[in-house]
Design a protein around this ligand. Structure first.
Ligand code: NDP
Length: 477
């Protein structure tokens, strides 16, 4: 089997490899991917540092052309790359193709942003002096990504980093190296100079840690768990380095008595269970007022009965497998915790077997949960959702905000008053009205508050806040 190698200083290198296993069919090896060392990471950082002066001064047309080419190739290969994504991560083929299209759109967006780089010229408060405010690229950016969005998250970090003139050392999650290798290969062939984009696949404790320990990495953008995020933060403070963290969520969706029942059920089923609940923006707490509670639970349970759990590549599958055995154990452990805590298992909770061996779990719904239970406070990151009954809107809002996280929050209501109040008072970075808490646009800011995020927002033109450093220059006329 071919080994997909790491890209360091423009050369494909690496002999040691790890198997990439399909969670829908554990007999299938998706590919062999290089297992990088701390030495490889050091070489990649040195290559990115050496490439920075030239790339930071490269023309905006060169950056535009490369990013546009990459976006076009990803779009042209969306079915093939979508199938690879579905095989390595386990989300359904339509979801995987959708994510691939989004990656292409992100490259298109930043190809456009490259042509819109601008500064400000403003008068000084002192006579005969001009002031210019410009943005410089940061330097060498370390990119560390999780397994749950194998193509979109790398795209939304790599595209702005290149657009604003930075060089990169990129470490994808070990579980899903395939899509990352593919986009690095695409960008390399699109004409990126040697050393501008370096790929080091391998273990977080080795490759990721070597990035954290290097004084030559000027900025780190990280998406993943809260625990690893904290390590990134403390190591970065040590090196006086800029960092950006996107971490977990325990996203609430409030359902009020006046909600359109169909809209509320669709939004809850989508954001709670699609992508196997493995989205940081998934709704894992459904906070439902008394008047609609029983009707809502009955309708949601009916909907869950129609959802098909099966191989991600099979047509008709709504929910693919859990990503791996470790995550499956986390999910089932939390199901046991929920039962012990006194929540009522209203649907699912069981492993299921299918034609191909994989990590299949039924969508699982707890009712009669309280907001103090561990299943309501800790991120599970699987298809496990709890329903919390509340008296009225005020209690619903207080419960929604009573969480260590603050990524996304939703409300299902036909009341303009409550929708408006919720948008203003929700302690989340993204708020959805009559929409799933997951599912966001690619051209507007993405990120959260509290324990979910740290640092500037990602995506859209707000991405410049992280990938550049502002410079103020004064000139005597
Ligand atoms: P992890 O934190 O385990 O891993 C994230 C990345 O960090 C991986 O590439 C991992 O490598 C790497 N890593 C692990 N240890 C270290 C280390 N010591 N130093 C540097 N890097 C390291 O998260 P998961 O991949 O398990 O992703 C799931 C989590 O990500 C969930 O909690 C989820 O909520 C969160 N997430 C948040 C999002 C957001 O935008 N807020 C979006 C998506 C996910 P390796 O692959 O080898 O483990």
């Amino acid at each position: 089997m071919t080994i997909y190698k790491n890209l360091i200083a423009g050369e494909w290198v690496g002999t040691d490899a790890t198997k990439n296993i399909n969670p829908s069919d554990t007999n299938e090896v998706v590919g062999l991917y290089a297992d990088g060392s701390a030495e490889d990471t050091k070489n990649a950082i040195a290559a990115a540092k050496a490439a920075f002066p030239a790339w930071s001064r490269s023309g905006i047309w060169e950056r535009h052309v490369i990013l546009k080419k990459a976006g076009d190739e990803i779009m042209a290969r969306k079915d093939e790359l979508g199938a690879l994504l579905a095989r390595e991560e386990g989300k359904t083929l339509p979801e995987a193709i959708g994510e691939t299209i989004r990656a292409s759109q992100i490259f298109e967006f930043f190809a456009g942003e490259a042509l819109r780089l601008a500064g400000e010229v403003i008068p000084s408060v002192r006579p005969n002096i001009g002031v210019e405010i410009t943005r410089d690229p940061l330097g060498v950016i370390g990119i560390i990504t999780p397994w749950n969005f194998p193509i979109a998250i790398p795209a939304w970090k790599i595209a702005p980093a290149l657009c604003y003139g930075n060089t990169i050392v990129f470490k994808p999650a070990e579980l899903v190296p395939g899509c990352s290798w593919a986009i690095v290969d695409i960008l390399h062939r699109a004409g990126l100079p040697k050393g501008v984009l370096n790929l080091v696949m391998g273990r977080g404790s080795v490759v990721g840690q070597a990035m954290l320990d290097s004084p030559d990495v000027t900025g780190i953008t990280f998406t993943g768990s809260t625990g690893t995020g904290r390590r990134v933060a403390s190591a970065s403070i040590e090196h006086n380095r800029k960092f950006q963290l996107e971490m977990g969520g325990k996203n609430p969706m409030v359902v009020l008595d006046d909600a359109d029942l169909g809209v509320a059920v669709e939004a809850a089923a989508n954001s709670g269970f699609f992508s196997t609940g493995q989205r940081c923006t998934a709704s894992s707490r459904l906070i439902v007022t008394e008047g609609i509670h029983d009707k809502f639970v009955a309708a949601l349970t009916e909907k869950l009965q129609t959802l098909v759990v099966d191989n991600a590549l099979k047509s008709g599958t709504h929910i693919g497998p859990v990503v791996d055995e470790k995550q499956l154990k986390t999910d089932t452990d939390y199901i046991e915790i929920g039962k012990k805590e006194g929540a009522k298992l209203a649907f699912g909770g069981e492993l299921v077997t299918r034609e191909t061996p994989g990590f299949y779990l039924q969508p699982t719904l707890f009712t009669e949960a309280t907001n103090q239970m561990r299943i309501s406070r800790e991120e599970i990151f699987g298809p496990v959702v709890s329903v919390i009954r509340v008296k009225d809107y005020e209690e619903a809002l207080a419960t929604a905000n009573d969480t260590p996280f603050g990524l996304s929050a939703g409300i299902a209501t036909t009341s303009l008053k409550h929708a408006t109040h919720f948008k203003r008072n929700s302690e989340a970075g993204m708020v959805m009205v009559n929409l799933p808490t997951a599912g966001v646009d690619f051209h507007v800011p993405f990120g959260g508050r509290k324990g979910s995020s740290y640092g500037p927002r990602e995506q859209g033109k707000y991405a410049a806040e992280f990938y550049t450093s502002v410079k103020t220059a004064y000139t005597l006329a």
